[in-house]
Design a protein around this ligand. Structure first.
Ligand code: SF4
Ligand code: SF4
Length: 269
């Protein structure tokens, strides 16, 4: 937002450490699993016709963090988010609302409430932080859309770099876990909850593979809207109605695009 200062100081209320999904880098997900906690995979995909305008910031952000795949004859890109699923309190949240792994907490925990997606403006009204965290006498967090806190700005940059660097590895991870269904971006996400041991093992193998060649995979678009499925089929893709899905391992969650790219995903349903 041009010309607008957003003031902020964390009150340590702990709200963002409850009932949230915390996106993790691959390295963070391995650490999370090794601590005995579970990690989910959140999948969404978009058809990606040749020549799609990369100058659109939202499209560029999506492309950077996704891997290429095919659905029938339709080129597409898939985003896979690894996320801690905090139903209730995060397992690292101490009774006095301090973080038990503060020095090693995930990047997204360090970044909140700043947005990771460059095409989304920080909107205090959409954040969990209480009103007293946004008072005008507090330090300026954002000025004219630019993050003024150097540490947070560096953390956002580190997150985006890791997110991009992890994309190809996630394509190998999906092959290892036999994941080939995704929801259409803007419409919904599919949430997979593999057994922690299976995910840890698959992640470690994917990290060790050091294979830069994209794995050719065929994906399906899962939707609960017949118009979406007809559109996918009309463009050569493979669609599957959620009610016909043979995979019981995922949850289909209708989800607004803007919320998806926030650092935390509310577990609304
Ligand atoms: S890891 Fe720490 S900062 Fe992050 S959600 Fe859990 S308790 Fe909160
Ligand atoms: S919700 Fe906001 S104010 Fe509360 S602990 Fe999280 S970042 Fe701090």
């Amino acid at each position: 937002m041009a010309g607008v200062d957003i003031h902020f100081k964390c009150t340590q209320c702990g709200k963002c450490c409850r009932d949230s999904k915390v996106p993790l880098t691959v390295a963070e997900a391995i650490g999370w699993l090794n601590r005995g906690h579970s990690v989910q995979l959140i999948c969404e995909a978009s058809p990606w016709p040749r020549g799609l305008a990369d100058e659109d910031p939202g499209a560029a952000h999506f492309k950077r963090r996704s891997f290429a795949a095919m659905s029938g004859t339709l080129p597409m890109r898939v985003v896979v988010i690894l996320a801690a699923n905090n139903a209730g309190a995060c397992p690292n949240l101490l009774p006095d609302t301090r973080c038990a792994i503060y020095a090693d907490r995930p990047l997204v925990c360090r970044i909140y409430p700043v947005e990771i997606n460059p095409s989304i403006a920080l909107n205090p009204a959409k954040k969990l932080c209480p009103p007293e965290a946004w008072m005008k006498d507090l330090p300026v967090l954002e000025r004219s859309g630019r993050t003024m806190n150097d540490v947070v700005r560096q953390d956002v940059s580190s997150w985006r770099d890791a997110d991009a660097a992890d994309a190809l590895l996630k394509s190998r991870l999906c092959v290892a876990l036999n994941i080939m269904d995704a929801a259409l971006v803007h419409e919904a996400v599919l949430i997979y909850s593999p057994r922690p041991e299976a995910l840890l093992s698959a992640l470690e193998r994917a990290v060790q593979a050091h294979d830069d060649v994209p794995v050719p995979t065929q994906w399906r678009f899962v939707s609960d809207r017949s118009e979406t499925l007809e559109d996918v089929a009309a463009h050569g893709g493979i669609g599957l109605h959620v009610r016909d899905s043979d995979a019981v391992s995922y949850q289909h969650l209708n989800f607004a695009r803007e919320a998806l790219f926030g650092p935390y995903l509310a577990t609304g349903s």
